[in-house]
Design a protein around this ligand. Structure first.
Ligand SMILES: [Zn+2]
Length: 410
């Protein structure tokens, strides 16, 4: 196992490193040489442990993450005018702390244990922080979570519920990112921030690609829609598919086109994609209900640039969605498919619907939407979407219910 810079190709030893010492580039894991696992771990993403960068089974920290369900969204398919294809929901809300971040954090903390670790730090808009706090609790590590002051209260409650120290910083996510970096250096804690910063954590996300390959029975989807902040999940889908195809001798098939979905109020990668730019520039003032991807990338624009490169290499694209379109997708997911997603998690579906309605994808496409985080994590938006709760005046009042359901009297 080694680390390699995705920019200059320099190979570095598999230590706790966060960037290339020559060019400052993002690091990735190569030849991870993992271990065989058995028993209950086979029901989690650790069934791919041989491909993951943890060398001893004793160091694996797992709450049985991954191996999430993939549903066919039949009712929604039928409701889309002109659409003749197939839509799958990859439901990452069923992970132990309710988001896909558990995959990344499980690997990052396992590897941190292996390399020796005093404690962990995570800059987070909420989900990664909840994940880091839970996995740190599982092994008794100190955890400091740095989050923007406007982080949804449900996420902050979840994080402190796991016993982590929560530090709030005013301003957008990039302020939290920088403060966490500083703390990690000062305390000599491992930084498990879930941008591309921790190469071992990022490597854990490729398990999504393996699972999608298996769950589609080798029938490669045409498109995978991914909600994107800085974008490591794009790498996960890309790399997982690429490796699964290579290992199964299917390499001719080619990976799916990956579509990065960002909120219109914070879409630096989408902007660069449509401008034809090779590099992403930071976003000024993020403004969106999708707090999980409200990342202006200030100071680590290179993360966005790398994601942009992967999207183009996959033959895919990018789309931004308004808060109104996100709310609509949340409603459809919940009311047509039984999946309660937070705003960020529903962005993938919002992006798909937008591209389908604008005829930017073929009407017989096979599509996967990554639903990345649970609705429990951000209830404010659901509360504002006119909840239907009725208070009865009397316990005998069945007539009111009949009227509510628009049923005629017997
Ligand atoms: Zn480099």
């Amino acid at each position: 196992m080694n680390l390699r810079c995705v920019e200059c190709g320099k190979v570095l030893p598999p230590e706790m490193l966060y960037e290339c010492d020559d060019c400052g580039g993002i690091l990735e894991v190569i030849h991870p040489n993992g271990v065989e696992t058995d028993g209950a771990l086979q029901t989690s993403m650790w069934r791919y442990s041989k491909k993951l960068p943890v060398r001893s089974p004793d160091h694996i920290v797992s709450l049985y993450e991954g191996m999430t369900p993939m549903h066919r969204a039949l009712r929604m398919e039928q409701s889309l005018s002109g659409f003749r294809g197939i839509v799958y929901i990859k439901d990452e809300t069923t992970n132990p702390t309710g988001s896909f971040k558990d995959r990344l954090v499980s690997v990052a903390i396992s590897r941190a244990q292996e390399l020796g670790c005093n404690g962990i730090i995570c800059a987070s808009s909420g989900n990664a922080g909840a994940s880091a706090a839970a996995y740190a609790a599982k092994v008794g590590l100190k955890a400091i979570i740095v989050a923007p002051s406007h982080t949804p209260i449900e996420k902050l409650t979840q994080i402190s519920g796991y016993g982590a120290t929560v530090v709030l910083i005013d301003g957008h996510y990039s302020h939290s990112y920088r403060f966490a970096e500083r703390l990690a250096k000062e305390f000599n804690y491992v930084n498990v921030t879930t941008t591309y910063l921790n190469p071992y954590g990022t490597d854990g996300l490729k398990t999504v690609g393996y699972e999608l390959y298996e769950q589609t029975g080798g029938e490669i989807p045409d498109y995978v829609f991914v909600p994107v902040g800085s974008g490591p999940l794009v790498k996960g889908v890309y790399q997982g598919f690429q490796e699964a195809l290579r290992e199964s001798g299917d390499a001719r098939k080619g990976i799916p086109k990956i579509i990065a979905v960002q909120a219109a109020g914070c879409s630096p990668i989408v902007k660069a994609f449509y401008s034809g730019d090779m590099e992403v520039t930071a976003w000024d003032q993020p403004a969106t209900i999708a707090s999980g991807i409200s990342d202006p990338l200030i100071g680590y624009e290179k993360d966005g640039t790398y994601t942009l490169r992967l999207i183009r290499e996959s033959g895919g694209g990018a789309v931004s969605v308004t808060d109104h379109e996100i709310r609509n997708a949340m409603r459809i997911l919940a009311q047509s498919e039984g999946v309660l997603a937070e705003p960020t998690g529903a962005c993938s579906l919002a992006g798909f619907i937008k591209m389908q309605q604008n005829h930017r994808i073929s009407q017989d496409s096979k599509v996967v939407c990554m639903v990345t985080g649970h609705g429990y994590k951000d209830f404010k938006v659901y509360r504002e979407m006119s909840p239907v709760v009725h208070q009865l005046k009397s316990p005998d009042d069945t007539e009111s219910i009949r009227q509510l359901l628009c049923l005629s009297p017997d």
